[in-house]
Design a protein around this ligand. Structure first.
Ligand SMILES: NC(=O)c1ccc[n+]([C@@H]2O[C@H](COP(=O)([O-])OP(=O)(O)OC[C@H]3O[C@@H](n4cnc5c(N)ncnc54)[C@H](OP(=O)(O)O)[C@@H]3O)[C@@H](O)[C@H]2O)c1
Length: 259
């Protein structure tokens, strides 16, 4: 059975991707840690859109999470046509104060899992002769360092660089790779990253996760290389080409302080 694999589907952007695909009659395999939420989402989508939605409850920071997920896909005989490599999180604070256990987990989920899953699914698509689509979720953070979220921004810079690299490789095998780069978006992200009080969050209006997922879906269908959500964000990325990284980092420090 053909399926779309979505990580981080229990909330925010990933949950909205699940709904968009379900509306388009795709069967789903949804991954996250929150089993109850995930099962409820799968049940709702199955009954609303007459599709099959399965769940794989897993902490993607675990060492062998991707191997277990790939084994499950093979056991079930699923053929993955699209991968939405979306699970991820951030953490706010000075490098000398933040919690290493959380950061270690973040590097694993945002980088190691994204890479290993993209690699596993790309091989799976080629073995099964699937002309598939991979979407890796980067961020506006992919384009600039930020002293308050140094590790998160570095993980997202990695995602963009990695995705552009494999895009060039995999297009020769009929697989497209798109990097979706949202700006600040309303989701569970801010609470988990402890940034609900930061100046760039307070007062500003944010796009919904649904708007961002719809934008990402449209660009994935087109096979775009990089999809930056929001005119202001695209303008910012354009302007940053002409500025030094040290200057951009100093401005970002002031703009994203948490007081
Ligand atoms: N919201 C923003 O402002 C923003 C901006 C740019 C980029 N992004 C990126 O967009 C992606 C989606 O985030 P979101 O905004 O939708 O935030 P969200 O509402 O917090 O959703 C994050 C999703 O990732 C899953 N996840 C987190 N850690 C996981 C783990 N260890 N194992 C398995 N699943 C895990 C969460 O599920 P469980 O908690 O159930 O495990 C949840 O489903 C992330 O990659 C994020 O970096 C977000």
């Amino acid at each position: 059975m053909n399926i779309v694999l979505i990580t981080g589907a229990s909330s925010g952007i990933g949950k909205e991707f699940a709904e968009i695909y379900a509306k388009n009659k795709a069967n789903l395999l949804l991954v996250a840690r929150s089993g109850d939420k995930l099962k409820q989402i799968a049940a709702n989508l199955s009954s609303a859109y007459a599709i099959q939605a399965d769940v794989f409850v897993k902490d993607l920071a675990e060492e062998n999470a991707v191997e277990k997920l790939m084994s499950y896909i093979n056991e079930k005989g699923y053929e993955v046509t699209d991968l939405i490599n979306n699970a991820g999180f951030g953490d706010y604070g000075s490098i000398i104060e933040t919690d290493w256990a959380k950061e270690n987990s973040m590097i694993h989920v945002n980088v190691v899992t994204v890479v290993y899953l993209a690699k596993g699914i790309a091989k799976h698509m080629i073995d099964k002769n699937i002309k598939g689509k991979i979407l890796n979720v980067g961020s506006i953070a992919s384009f600039m360092p930020n002293a308050h979220m140094s590790i998160y921004h570095a993980t997202k810079a990695f995602v963009l660089s990695f995705s552009l690299g494999i895009r060039e490789d995999l297009k020769r095998k009929g697989i497209t790779v798109t990097t979706l780069c949202p700006g600040v978006t309303a989701s569970g992200f801010q609470e988990r990253a402890n940034i609900t009080k930061a100046s760039f969050i307070k007062g500003g209006s944010m796009p919904t996760s649904k708007e961002v997922a719809e934008f990402g879906y449209k660009h994935l269908q087109r096979g775009s290389a990089v999809a930056i959500h929001g005119f202001k964000n695209r303008f910012l990325v354009f302007i940053m080409r002409f500025l030094s990284k040290t200057f951009v980092t100093a401005v970002a420090y002031r703009m994203s302080s948490n007081d």
